[in-house]
Design a protein around this ligand. Structure first.
Ligand SMILES: Nc1ncnc2c1ncn2[C@@H]1O[C@H](COP(=O)(O)OP(=O)(O)OP(=O)(O)O)[C@@H](O)[C@H]1O
Length: 273
């Protein structure tokens, strides 16, 4: 049973007005709400994600960051009792429209999870997996993809001499970069990253952050992070969420240095969370 609850506080700057020089909008979230059964997890969220930039979703545990991110490629679809309202548009098309091919949609949006999840197969096979699922068997294409994706994921130099070794033998940080390479292999436009560094040590984390910086421009990246310093370091725009609602969304420098909402300021200055 769908139950509407209205949050009492105002949201700030959640609607995007294109700036001069911006490459445009990739994903538009409009009045998007989501229920897990009777429990409402997202409340009429509106935001526009700029193409080619890095957008961070921050906020205290349970505020709905992952739910919103996973809604962008319909990863939540299979959850029992899931209900949504509002729209999420990719290049202007509502991804929840009944005619949307969800598999094709997910190909346009690579996903990287909290815990690296390489498949128990060789490093090269991990990268070529999405292509093989698509029926691509041409050895030259597969070989080129391995090199291209591993280079893009800043992993090529470390693994080029052991492509046939099992990926499970890599370090956690290498495994996560391999998962990014696998996501890149099918040539997505968007990379959705759900706490990609939370299982990694500081050195591996910094490599992933450098990688995100290198991927900026080539891909539109949305990243959920608990780590505010990370959001400040890697993102161009930041959305601060609280209890299922985007409280404030704007340029990362504004959110961290001059937030308009007291609630945002309290969170980014560590007064709660
Ligand atoms: N599959 C599910 N079924 C029911 N409730 C869920 C499910 N997944 C998440 N929730 C609830 O939805 C709310 C938002 O959860 P979500 O994981 O999106 O938050 P989050 O901000 O990403 O949290 P965290 O930072 O702890 O990962 C929480 O109250 C959570 O308990």
């Amino acid at each position: 049973m769908k139950e509407k609850i209205h949050q009492s506080w105002e949201t700030i700057e959640t609607v995007y007005h294109p700036k001069k020089g911006a490459k445009g909008i990739s994903v538009e979230v409009e009045r998007f709400s989501l229920w897990y059964g009777a429990k409402q997890a997202l409340f009429e969220n509106t935001m526009a994600i700029e193409r080619g930039l890095v957008t961070a979703l921050i906020g205290p545990s349970g505020c709905g960051k992952s739910t919103l991110l996973r809604s962008m490629n319909r990863m939540n679809d299979l959850i029992d009792g899931l209900n949504i309202d509002g729209e999420i548009r990719l290049d202007g098309t509502n991804i929840y429209h009944r005619d949307i091919d969800v598999i094709a949609l997910r190909k346009r949006m690579g996903m990287v999870f909290q815990k690296p999840n390489p498949f128990p197969m060789s490093i090269a096979e991990n990268v070529t997996y999405p292509l093989k699922v698509d029926g691509i068997r041409d050895r030259r294409i597969l070989k080129e993809t391995v090199e291209r994706a591993l280079k893009s994921a800043a992993l090529w130099e470390e693994v080029k001499d052991r492509l046939k070794e099992n990926a499970m033998g890599m370090s956690g940080g290498q495994q996560q970069r391999l998962c990014i390479a696998r996501a890149i292999a099918s040539d997505p436009e968007i990379l959705l990253m759900d706490e990609p560094c939370s299982a990694l040590d500081p050195i591996a984390t910094s490599k992933i952050e450098d990688l995100i910086d290198e991927l900026r421009g080539q891909y539109t990246i949305a990243i959920v992070t608990h780590n505010m310093q990370q959001a400040a370091r890697v993102s161009d725009n930041t959305a601060f969420m609280y209890l299922g609602k985007i409280v404030e969304y704007g340029k990362t420098s504004t959110i961290f240095e001059a937030p308009k909402s007291q609630r945002t300021e309290d969170y980014v200055t560590g007064r709660f969370g």
